[in-house]
Write a protein that binds this ligand. Structure first.
Ligand code: SF4
Length: 333
């Protein structure tokens, strides 16, 4: 069996490769010419350093067999954003990640801090590229890779936006694979206040429903599964607006019902209503998959179908319909 990734060690290496904190510069991936750029949903823009993403069909979200759950989750995760049929986000990608999820839609080179596949840019540089675009989304999404390798990035972007005439019309999101340093240990009180007061949402992603499926998905040591709950708890306790996705893929396994129920217990231990802010994804093939239809994908897909069904059953069993019927962002954590 290949050696599992030591998340902390790889994160240290990646930080050195993709973050220059003193200058507030980041290695931002150039997506042009990548396998990722071949995907149907990728509209590469900003001279290759960004992509526009459409939230139109929500096909990437799990096929939930409950009408309230289906309706509730069909919306871009971004507090305060008006409900619209099609929502576009402007995505920028940090060029490193400490994990190697088998289903990742990003090229490995764009996860590895490969300097030749990006450029060192500040948030102000990114906004200049954004301003060149004729049709600009009003949601900016700091993505990756693993954007939380640069904990200061959302704060730098809020400050850069504040200097712009259009800045107060923009909603900001950043993603977080819930593996890194605690936000409250990396940002000071004034930075946290900036994030709380901005139109800012943080989107975590839980990988799997137990330590085994976590390792299967990320190729990282299983302790990272527990870490995800600590990081999520810290973000919520800091008062930051928080949503999450979860991928419920895993190896062929027994007792999926009990494992998903345990996972839901862990989420509810962070906050009783946290499951209502978590959207399960349906992993779909992308251009970066080395072997579409591979045994890994087939096994994971079978597990995912059952786990998705158990996910819905657990939510319906645990939380009254009146609460579940509220829009996601009205679920107060
Ligand atoms: S954490 Fe996200 S960016 Fe990193 S490998 Fe997994 S899916 Fe890709």
């Amino acid at each position: 069996m290949p050696r599992l990734i030591d998340s902390e060690s790889l994160a240290r290496v990646m930080k050195q490769r993709v973050v220059r904190s003193a200058e507030r510069r980041l290695l931002i991936s150039n997506i042009s010419g990548s396998a990722e750029a071949e995907d149907s949903y990728a509209i590469v823009n900003c001279r290759g350093f960004g992509r526009k993403r459409a939230f139109r069909t929500y096909r990437f979200q799990g096929p939930l067999d409950d009408s309230i759950e289906r309706t509730r989750t069909q919306r871009v995760l971004c507090s305060g954003y008006p409900r619209e049929n099609v929502t576009y986000t402007q995505v920028f990608q940090l060029g490193g990640c400490s994990w190697r999820c088998w289903y990742c839609y990003v090229d490995v080179a764009l996860l590895s801090g490969t300097e030749s596949r990006g450029a060192w840019l500040t948030s102000e540089d990114l906004l200049e590229l954004y301003e060149e675009e004729p049709d600009r989304p009003d949601i900016i999404d700091l993505s990756g890779g693993q954007p939380d390798l640069a904990p200061g990035w959302p704060v730098w972007m809020v400050r850069a936006l504040a200097a712009k005439s259009y800045g107060n019309r923009i909603f900001l999101r950043s993603e977080d694979n819930l593996s890194g340093a605690l936000l409250t240990e990396t940002l000071d009180a004034s930075d946290l206040r900036i994030l709380r007061e901005a139109r800012y949402s943080r989107i975590g992603c839980f990988k799997g429903f137990d330590a085994e499926s976590f390792s299967f998905n990320t190729k990282a040591v299983p302790s990272g599964f527990d870490r995800q709950f600590e990081v999520a708890r810290d973000i919520i306790s800091a008062g930051i607006d928080f949503f999450a996705y979860v991928t419920l893929t895993g190896p062929r396994t027994e007792d999926i019902a009990a494992k998903v129920a345990d996972f839901m217990d862990r989420l509810q231990d962070v906050h009783p209503l946290l499951p209502l802010r978590v959207v399960p994804l349906k992993v779909t093939p992308s251009s970066t998959w080395p072997q579409p239809g591979s045994p890994v994908a087939a096994d994971a897909g079978r597990t995912e179908i059952e786990a998705l069904s158990r996910w819905t059953a657990e939510i319906v069993r645990r939380i009254p319909a009146a609460t579940r019927s509220l829009p996601m962002e009205e679920i107060s954590l």
